[in-house]
Design a protein around this ligand. Structure first.
Ligand code: HEM
Length: 422
């Protein structure tokens, strides 16, 4: 075989089927960075769908839930499967005990619901309708500024820029300083091995800078008699949130930054990558742009921008023949459930006119289902509508560089070239 990347995938498949199940440990960032985790999940779904792993120093022991239906069960049984930050939170890597950032994604009832309701108006149908025009105008401006017939990084010039502009709008954040949001989003989920930060101390120092910055914005807005229609004003004036301790404010800010940033960013890149790998799907799209909304759901399934969410069991629980014990760490691998072909036909394939394309796990289910799901879909729809109006072709020049993480499934860089404008 001449292509190195194919060799790597073959090696991963061989390893996945040669390793005894009791030694399986899929939650290794290097596996995700090499995009080599698929055969491990395929085997788990077939042979041991609720799987216990000893893990390593970074993860500790954990259960892997890999089938679509079992993931739904865990995600919708919040009375047993807790998201509480003090029990570890919502990613496989525990919150550090001395640096817990409370945020409503990492809270249980009743506090979760109360805080969620405070920020939900930002994505009400009326607000989304207002945002649509602003997003379209920004997408148009970004796409019109791209170089023609010259290589550039799609991640930086389009995906990051667009999602950062969106976030700056939601927070009414100082425009010229908006890349600070990108940086805070990146460091919030980065581990010291990722190369994004030097050390855990450096990460915390930057997060405290973020808190300082947002505290100034809070103070500017809290005494206004006419509260603004942005997320900071909503938190500063919300009955359930206006007396939040500083670390809880920071936690919720980070949640909204990461929630709205990494995920949509990686779907914008993932969509272009998927089309470049599937020219027949691109041909379908160009022949019939009314497929865009369906394609957007397919992109979000295929990409699965957050590979997992984690819970902690509050009681013993029987799942698919296994007993999960009180206190155990439980990882719902959305990335695997979205490729479960007992529920989703030809799940490994990217099919833009797939029936029931929105039936994917990428937004989660139950009380924590993504608040921003309609906003994310709208952004992606507009991107593709505007791309089709401008560019007959976008060439992906090389394999993208992927993120070193088992949580954020995404891209650091993807070089492309646009040969010409329409
Ligand atoms: C929650 C994915 C875009 C804000 C979540 C969850 C997932 C997710 C998996 C947790 C679900 C669960 O535990 O059951 C995604 C994906 C997106 C996206 C794949 C884009 C394609 C956004 C955007 C925003 C956002 C644009 C910004 C407003 C949130 C918030 C939560 C959340 C605030 C916490 C909800 C809660 O705990 O009740 N998202 N998200 N997300 N997302 Fe998103």
């Amino acid at each position: 075989m001449s292509d190195g990347s194919i060799d790597l995938k073959d090696a991963a498949r061989a390893e996945a089927y040669a390793t005894p199940l009791e030694e399986f440990h899929v939650a290794r960032p290097a596996l995700f960075q090499a995009d080599a985790m698929w055969p491990f999940f395929e085997r788990l779904r077939k042979e041991d769908p609720v799987h216990f792993s000893k893990g390593d120093e970074e993860t500790g022991p954990y259960w892997s839930i890999t089938r679509y239906e079992d993931i739904m069960t865990v995600d919708t049984t919040h009375q047993v499967f807790s998201s509480d930050a003090h029990l570890g939170g919502i990613t496989i890597r525990n919150f550090d005990e001395d640096f817990v950032l409370p945020m409503f994604i990492a809270m249980d009832q009743p506090k979760h619901d109360i805080q969620r309701k405070t920020v939900s108006p930002i994505v009400s149908p009326t607000n989304l309708a207002k945002l649509e025009g602003i997003i379209r105008e920004r997408v148009q401006r970004i796409l019109d500024s791209l170089p023609i017939d010259e290589p550039f990084d799609w991640v930086d010039r389009v995906s990051i820029e667009l999602t950062t502009q969106m976030l700056a709008t939601l927070f009414d954040f100082p425009w010229e300083e908006r890349r600070k949001l990108t940086r805070w989003s990146d460091i919030a989920t980065a581990s010291p091995e990722s190369g994004i930060i030097e050390s855990e101390e450096a990460r915390r120092a930057e997060l405290m800078e973020c808190l300082g910055y947002f505290t100034n914005l809070w103070n500017e807005r809290v005494n206004l008699t006419e509260p603004g229609n942005d997320l900071i004003s909503m938190l500063a004036h919300g009955e359930a949130t206006r007396d939040m301790p500083p670390m809880e404010y920071l936690g919720n800010i980070i949640l909204l930054i990461v929630g709205g940033n990494d995920t949509t960013r990686n779907s914008i890149t993932g969509g272009l990558y998927a089309l470049s790998k599937n020219p027949q799907e691109e041909a379908k799209l160009r022949a019939d742009p009314s497929l865009i909304p369906n394609m957007v759901s397919e992109i979000i399934r295929w990409q699965t921008p957050l590979a997992h969410m984690r819970r902690t069991a509050l009681a013993d629980y029987e799942l698919n023949g296994k007993t999960i014990k009180k206190g155990d760490k439980v990882v719902m691998w959305y990335v695997s459930g979205n490729r479960d072909d007992t529920v989703i036909e030809n799940a490994d394939q990217f099919i833009i006119d797939r029936p029931q394309a929105r039936r994917h796990l990428s937004f989660g289910f139950g009380i924590h289902r993504c608040v921003g799901n309609r906003l994310a879909e709208m952004q992606l729809k507009i991107v593709w509508e505007e791309v089709l109006k401008r560019f007959p072709k976008i060439e992906v020049l090389e394999e993208p560089k992927r993120v070193y993480s088992t949580f954020v499934k995404g891209y650091e860089r993807m070089m492309v070239r646009i040969p010409e404008r329409i």
